[in-house]
Write a protein that binds this ligand. Sequence first.
Ligand SMILES: *[C@@H]1O[C@H](CO)[C@@H](O)[C@H](O)[C@H]1NC(C)=O
Ligand SMILES: *[C@@H]1O[C@H](CO)[C@@H](O)[C@H](O)[C@H]1NC(C)=O
Length: 192
Amino acid sequence: MARILPALASQIILFFLFSATLVYGEEKGFATPLDRKQHKLRKEKLSHFHFFFHDIQSGRNPTSIPVVPPPSNSSKTAFGVVFIFDNPLTLGPKLSSKTVGKAQGLFSSASQEEFALLMVMNFAFIEGKYNGSSLSILGRNPGATSKVREFPVVGGSGLFRFARGYALATTHDLNMKTGDAIIEYNLYVFHY
Ligand SMILES: *[C@@H]1O[C@H](CO)[C@@H](O)[C@H](O)[C@H]1NC(C)=O
Ligand SMILES: *[C@@H]1O[C@H](CO)[C@@H](O)[C@H](O)[C@H]1NC(C)=O
């Protein structure tokens, strides 16, 4: 008995070592745990970004274009309409103020009863160290019916890898005749 036990123990240890190697071997190809520090994920920061979004639908150089008309004009909410935009983002409310990036994406009327847009967009920044980095936003936009609209920041690229947060949008100026709008944005973003 006294001699069998140590032999058994070493068998068991060998078995576990072997199965651990198997599991590790399997994980190496498909999913591998990584060290956060080696991937520059040391300290998460919270940043605030403030700028103005220019949705220009009129004139010779519109930046926001209807690409799919609503299927019928019977709907009050223009349900189904799709706009694609490449809208300037500026530091101040004037279009002539410093450009910090572009908002590229689409909005679509996605509600049949009340006015609500589906917003899908990337904020592609060119300012300072954020040049080349972008934030991705996906949200519901009840438009001017709500003073402050909130959209989730669902991710990002470059300096915004692993980003998450929210954007608050308020109308700075809206021309009901042309549809042109200047929207003030405040973003609160966790990133590394
Ligand atoms: C659409 O608009 C046109 C012109 O205003 C009108 O004649 C027509 O009846 C409308 N159609 C519907 C389905 O409301
Ligand atoms: C941003 O980066 C691009 C590509 O590296 C460069 O061409 C451009 O001048 C930069 N813009 C600003 C405003 O720094």
